[in-house]
Design a protein around this ligand. Structure first.
Ligand code: MN
Length: 292
């Protein structure tokens, strides 16, 4: 018999800030007294761009060239489109419903902007950027991309046959996620019609948090409003989500990486010496070159 997971905190969206001029995000973690840098490990950072209407612009909004090393950035587009370019010559577009899983590993430079056509027409924009830590053994892995389009994701339908769990990474009731990960985790979008119910069974030792992207729901009988993040205690397995209206819930659950963290800007290492080294490597041009 599964035991219910209890809720540790329901967190309302923190005041948003801009990343570059294109991403207005609520940073749910790390930070503050509620979720420190290890509490949601292997997930290190959750930036949530709640719904916003961007006016048309000929000059795509976004964030210019910057490095990353020692972890993975996972970008999930709910509304709008994001274009990216990197110092290895890769580029692409993350469309609505799609995910880009980028392993920065040993280090790269990239830039992230609103996709050109989206920029010109403007419109509704909603996204998530998640930073997934890498264990020491894989910190220096070669950079890579996984372009995960919506049709690649595993789908497990719920009892009403209209609602479903869309699996990005890990597994739900036999439906598998296409993302390859370096440590065990589950990342899903639960897309529910009003009145639907979804049962999650996630190991008690996995750190688990849910973000409500759309609609109002209950989780184990507690009401949770749109744009709120729920941190669960590591005390059980079962979470029942009930949709009070059409809803989308992002599920994050993963096995913690029990290693020291030295985090500085876009670098996520085990020691400060490694952070120092990464800064020197960027300055020495070892992350490559990318034009603004
Ligand atoms: Mn970035």
């Amino acid at each position: 018999m599964a035991t219910k997971k209890s809720i540790e905190y329901i967190i309302s969206p923190p005041a948003p800030h801009m990343v570059g001029d294109g991403f207005r995000v609520h940073s749910f973690f790390p930070g503050g007294r509620l979720i420190d840098k290890k509490r949601m490990s292997p997930f290190f950072m959750l930036d949530y761009g709640s719904k916003i209407d961007f006016s048309p612009s000929d000059e795509p909004r976004g964030v210019g060239v910057h490095p990353h090393a020692g972890f993975e950035t996972v970008t999930i587009a709910y509304h709008g489109k994001i274009a990216h370019h990197d110092s290895a010559g890769n580029s692409g577009v993350i469309g609505e419903g799609d995910v880009q899983w980028m392993t920065a590993g040993s280090g790269l430079l990239h830039k992230e902007y609103h996709e050109e056509d989206f920029s010109k027409t403007g419109g509704l924009f909603q996204m998530v950027q998640l930073w997934v830590n890498l264990p020491a053994a894989y910190k220096k892995t070669k950079p890579k991309y996984q372009e995960i389009t919506n049709d690649m994701m595993g789908k497990a339908f719920l009892k009403d046959n209209k609602s479903y769990v869309e699996v990005i990474a890990g597994e739900y009731n036999g439906a598998k996620g296409p993302a390859s990960t370096f440590t065990p985790m589950h990342v899903y979008n639960v897309k529910m019609k009003k009145g639907a119910s979804a049962t999650m069974n996630l190991p008690s030792h996995y750190n688990t948090g849910f973000l409500v992207i759309e609609g109002n729901v209950t989780m184990n009988d507690s009401s949770v409003a749109t744009d709120h993040f729920v941190l669960f205690k590591n005390d059980g397995e079962e979470i029942i989500i009930e949709a009070m209206e059409d809803a989308v819930v992002l599920v994050l659950s993963g096995e913690p990486i029990n290693e020291p963290i030295a985090a500085y800007g876009p670098f996520l290492m085990n020691t400060w010496a490694e952070v120092e080294q990464a800064i020197q490597d960027v300055n020495a041009g070892k992350f490559g070159v990318l034009e603004e």
